[in-house]
Write a protein that binds this ligand. Structure first.
Ligand code: GDP
Length: 392
């Protein structure tokens, strides 16, 4: 029998160890250095506690200079979009958090299509990203795409209102919608339960595709699986917000003080605030970003490229009579004509669309990012991919 001494064993080990086991550490170090960003949108009727909840979630005061409108001003109010950015740091990890608010949503007397400016805002961020990605300086792209939209549902109605259905249906293919049941302290536990069931049924009935939590791996432990199921069953999260710290059972807690007692924001027996915060920050932030990039942005990009291609084909067809050129799909080279950067870009993108498998909304598969050629400075703005707009 051969007994190896320590030296020999170390040598054997060195021979076997190439070092790629450190790759996760390298990725970790690089991402921590670069920092993280996340854009959260809050939408829903005003007065449902959106600002209070955001402040409670991230322990900041984002709405110091907010100007509240009176009833007269709100009659003709249009939805405006406001953006607040804060840099937060925790244990050396930096997060650039952007909150997009939609004051005025549902406030006017006539709220027809009041979701339109929200949808346009989301499309504009996709468009900017699409331009930057096709431009020369792709390394330092500022990503303003909206990763998640918390949609506030009133606790006073009987389930969803028509405006809620309209909003979610108009936006569900552009952004990850996470519905929340606002001001849950105004309801008894039995009412919360009943309303949640009703809202879930209506979401299903109207074909609304809210953000789907990814399925748990089969090798996860039982505790994890149970927590994951509880999270899925909590939809819509019943939330309570508060900007004040009160004393409850000798402890200082964020809560709401009523003559009959204290409602604690972070008490799981009182509401789903902690579940929502953990989901947004601890467990699903990266998945929300991945789904935004791989599904919503890809859908926008594909629409855009198709419209651009269609426009060019139309243009070519118009000129067909004067030129001896084929105008079949994909756009062929015009013999003798100068191949401009724009044409090259469009041809490449056209090829990409033709060869990419069609993607279902909310499909969550891995795929490779494809980049296009540097942008021609004379390139027209990409046409809107919004199915409601005239161009598409
Ligand atoms: P926003 O217009 O949707 O941003 O609503 P605000 O955050 O400004 O809140 C409107 C009012 O509702 C304020 O008086 C808040 O103190 C109150 N409020 C906020 N969150 C809650 C909550 O969870 N429960 C109750 N009962 N009131 C709340």
């Amino acid at each position: 029998m051969c007994v190896k001494d320590d030296n020999e064993r170390r040598k054997d080990h060195d021979k076997e160890y190439v070092g790629f086991a450190t790759l996760p550490n390298q990725v970790h170090r690089k991402s921590v250095k670069k920092g993280f960003d996340f854009t959260l949108m809050v939408a829903g009727e005003s007065g449902l506690g959106k600002s209070t909840l955001v402040n409670s979630l991230f322990l900041t005061d984002l709405y110091k200079d907010r100007n509240l409108l009176n009833a007269e001003e709100r009659i003709t109010q249009t939805v405006e979009i406001t953006k607040h950015t804060v840099d937060i740091e925790e244990k050396g990890v930096k997060l650039k958090l952007t909150i997009v608010d939609t004051p005025g949503f549902g406030d006017a007397v006539n709220n027809t299509e009041c979701w339109k400016s929200v949808a346009d805002y989301i499309d504009q961020q996709f468009e900017q990203y699409f331009r930057d990605e096709s431009g020369l300086n792709r390394k330092n792209i500022q990503d303003n795409r909206v990763h998640c939209c918390l949609y506030f549902i009133s606790p006073f109605g009987h389930g969803l209102r028509p405006l809620d259905v309209e909003f979610m249906k108009a936006l569900h293919e552009k952004v990850n919608i996470v519905p929340v049941l606002a001001k849950a302290d105004t309801l008894t536990p039995a009412e919360v339960k009943k309303k949640k069931i009703k809202i879930r049924e209506e979401i299903e009935q109207y074909g609304i595709k809210i953000y789907q939590f990814p399925d748990c791996d089969s090798d996860e432990d039982e505790d994890f699986k149970q927590q994951d199921q509880e999270l899925k069953d909590s939809i819509p999260f019943a939330v309570i917000g508060s900007n004040t710290v009160v004393e409850a059972k000798g402890k200082r807690v964020r809560g709401r003080l009523y003559p009959w007692g204290i409602v604690e924001v972070e008490n799981p027996a009182h509401c789903d605030f902690v579940k929502l915060r953990n989901m947004l920050v601890r467990s699903h932030m990266q998945d929300l970003k991945d789904v935004t990039r791989e599904t919503h942005y890809e859908n926008y990009r594909a629409h855009c490229i198709q419209s651009m291609t269609r426009m060019v084909v139309k243009e070519r067809n118009r000129n067909k009579l004067t030129r001896e050129s084929g105008t079949d799909f994909p756009i062929p080279m015009v013999p003798g004509a100068t191949d401009t950067e724009t044409e090259k870009l469009i041809r490449e993108k056209d090829e990409e669309v033709r060869h990419s498998p069609s993607r279902e909304p909310h499909e969550q598969t891995q795929h490779h990012e494809q980049h296009s050629e540097p942008e021609d400075p004379h390139l027209e703005p990409p046409p809107s991919a919004d199915p409601h707009s005239k161009g598409s």
